[in-house]
Design a protein around this ligand. Structure first.
Ligand code: HAM
Length: 460
C-alpha cells in the first residue's frame, strides 16, 4: 500500500517536473535573441580559404576511393520528414531525444535537418527501386549533417560526413572491405588509425544480454549519475559507452555482449576478423562498443588515431559504422535485405591532418623520369608520356635539356626510382632502356611493353 502510494506520488511529481521542464524549455526558446554582434550560431562555423586545401584533400581522397571501389555518388536532401529519423535511429538515442533540428515547415509538415545519412540512403534505395539493380548497391555521399549536441573539440552542430553504404549483401567480406576502405582512406592521407570492432548480434540476442546488463548495473544504481540512471532505465546498452569516470571500474566485471552472441553472428564476426587479419588491418576488440544509433546489428566498428582509444580520444571517433540488416525492411523495403556501411567525420579528419602537420598540397612527386636523346626520341617520348598518363603513372621529364648527364641529374634530384631512356638507336630498334636509379642497373626492354613493365615495378 505504502509502496503504491510512493510510486503514485513519484509519478505525479515526475509528471509535474516534466511539465515544468517543457514550460521552461518553451520560455527559453522564446527568450533567445540573436546577439548584436554578427556571430555564427554556436556549433556552426565558416571554413576560410586557407583551410580549403585540407578539405580538398579529404574530399578528393574519399571520391577517388569511391570511384576505385565502385561506389556510386548519391546526393541527398538536407531536409527530410522528421518521421524518417524518428522511426529508424531509436527513440531513446541522444540524436532523437535531444539533438535533432525539427520544425514545422510552412506546409505544416514536421521536418528535420538530417542528423545522419544512412536512413536517407535506405529511403532512396527503396524510393528508386534499387532493389532491382545488381546487389549489393554501393553508394557514396558527402555533405552536412546537423545535431544540436553540446559543442566541444571535434563536435559541431553542423558538420560534414562522407559515407559509404553497401546494401543487399550479407557476406562478412562486405564488412571487411568497408573497414579496409576506411583504413585506406586514412593511410592515403598519412594518418595511422586503429579499428575498434565488436559484434552486437541480433535484436533477440541483444534482449537477453540487456536483461543481464540491467541486473548487473542495478546492483550499483546508487553509484550512478542521473544520466546513467536514465540510461539504465531507457537504453541500458548506452551505459557501455558512458564517459563517467567511475564507469571504467564498473565495466571491468560487466557482462560482455560477445558472450551472448548467437552462432550465426559469432561465425560472421570471426570471418570479418579473419579477413582483416589477412589484409593486415590493425584492429582492437572493444567489447563495450555498441554505437549510439539503434539500427545496427552484428558488426560495429569505429576508427581512432593510432595511440588513442575510444575512452581517451581527443575528439571522438574519426569514422564509424556497422551492419544494419533490419533497416531496409523497417522502412518498408524487401524483407531481410542486408546492409553495411560507415560515415567519417570530415571536420575531425581536417583537424587531425593539421595536428599531424600533414602537407595539404603534396607536391607532384613522380617516381619515373623520362630521358630522351635527339628529336626522334623526343617525338616518340611525347606519345609515350600520354600512354603513361592513361595508366595514371606520373612521369617527369626535362625535354629542354639535351645531354643524358644533365637529365639524369634532374632525375636524381627529384628522387625518381626509375629513369627510362630513349636514344636514336632505341627509336630505330623499337626498344627502350630502364635504369634503376638506386643500383644504376640498366636493362633494354620492348618499347611497347614499357608502360606495363613499369606498372608492375611501381607497385612492388
Ligand atoms: P555516427 O557515429 O553518428 O554514425 O557519425 C559518424 C561520424 O561522424 C563519427 O564517427 C564522427 O566522426 C562524425 N560526427 C558525428 N557527430 C559529429 C559532430 N557533432 N561533429 C563532428 N563530427 C561528428 C552515423 O552517422 C552513421 N550514419 C554511420 C553509418 C553509416 N553507419 C552505417 N553507415
Amino acid at each position: 500500500m505504502m509502496a503504491k502510494k510512493i510510486i503514485k506520488a513519484s509519478r505525479v511529481e515526475r509528471a509535474s517536473r516534466v511539465a515544468k521542464v517543457e514550460v521552461e524549455a518553451e520560455e527559453t526558446v522564446k527568450k533567445q535573441r540573436a546577439p548584436k554582434d554578427l556571430t555564427t550560431l554556436r556549433g556552426f562555423r565558416d571554413v576560410l580559404p586557407e583551410e580549403e586545401p585540407y578539405w580538398n584533400r579529404v574530399r578528393d581522397n574519399a571520391r577517388q576511393l569511391a570511384e576505385y571501389y565502385s561506389f556510386g555518388r548519391l546526393d541527398l536532401p538536407l531536409l527530410e520528414y522528421a518521421d524518417l529519423f524518428q522511426r529508424t535511429l531509436g527513440k531513446a538515442t541522444d540524436v532523437i531525444e535531444k539533438e535533432m533540428y525539427v520544425f514545422t515547415d510552412p506546409s505544416g509538415y514536421d521536418v528535420a535537418l538530417r542528423p545522419e545519412a544512412t536512413a536517407q540512403t535506405v529511403r532512396a534505395y527503396i524510393n528508386h527501386g534499387m532493389l532491382n539493380r545488381p546487389q549489393p548497391v554501393k553508394l557514396y555521399y558527402e555533405g552536412q549533417m546537423f545535431r544540436h549536441d553540446r559543442p566541444q573539440a571535434g563536435r559541431y552542430r553542423q558538420f560534414n560526413q562522407f559515407g559509404f553504404e553497401s546494401i543487399g549483401e550479407a557476406d562478412p567480406i562486405v564488412d571487411a572491405q568497408l573497414i579496409v576502405i576506411g583504413e585506406r582512406f586514412f593511410r592515403d592521407l598519412g594518418l595511422n588509425v586503429v579499428v575498434e570492432i565488436n559484434s552486437i548480434g541480433t535484436s533477440e540476442t541483444r534482449k537477453a544480454y540487456v536483461m543481464e546488463l540491467v541486473s548487473y548495473f542495478r546492483g550499483f544504481r546508487k553509484n550512478l549519475s542521473e544520466d546513467d540512471k536514465r540510461r539504465l532505465q531507457k537504453n541500458p546498452l548506452r551505459l557501455l559507452d558512458s564517459k563517467e569516470p567511475y564507469m571504467a571500474e564498473l565495466l571491468k566485471d560487466a557482462p560482455q555482449i560477445v558472450d551472448w552472441l548467437d552462432e550465426a553472428s559469432k561465425n560472421h564476426f570471426m570471418k570479418v576478423l579473419e579477413f582483416l587479419e589477412e589484409i593486415e588491418v590493425p584492429y582492437r576488440l572493444n567489447p563495450h562498443l555498441v554505437r549510439g544509433l539503434d539500427y545496427y546489428n552484428r558488426t560495429v566498428f569505429e576508427m581512432y588515431l593510432a595511440g588513442e582509444t575510444s575512452s581517451e580520444a581527443s575528439q571522438g571517433a574519426l569514422l564509424s559504422g556497422g551492419r544494419y540488416d533490419g533497416l531496409v525492411e523497417m522502412l518498408g523495403g524487401r524483407e531481410g535485405t542486408p546492409a553495411c556501411g560507415f560515415a567519417c567525420g570530415m571536420e575531425r579528419v581536417v583537424s587531425a591532418l593539421k595536428e599531424a602537420g600533414v602537407d595539404p598540397n603534396p607536391r607532384f612527386q613522380p617516381r619515373v623520369f623520362f630521358a630522351q636523346l635527339g628529336d626522334a626520341a623526343r617525338r616518340k617520348g611525347l606519345r609515350l608520356f600520354e600512354e603513361f598518363r592513361a595508366e595514371h603513372i606520373q612521369v617527369a621529364e626535362a625535354f629542354g635539356k639535351g645531354s643524358l648527364k644533365a637529365q639524369l641529374e634532374v632525375a636524381n634530384k627529384m628522387n625518381a626510382a626509375y629513369t627510362i631512356i630513349l636514344g636514336q638507336k632505341e627509336v630505330l630498334d623499337g626498344t627502350i632502356i630502364i635504369r634503376d636509379m638506386d643500383s644504376g642497373a640498366q636493362e633494354i626492354v620492348d618499347a611497347g611493353k614499357v608502360v606495363s613493365i613499369m606498372q608492375k615495378r611501381l607497385v612492388l
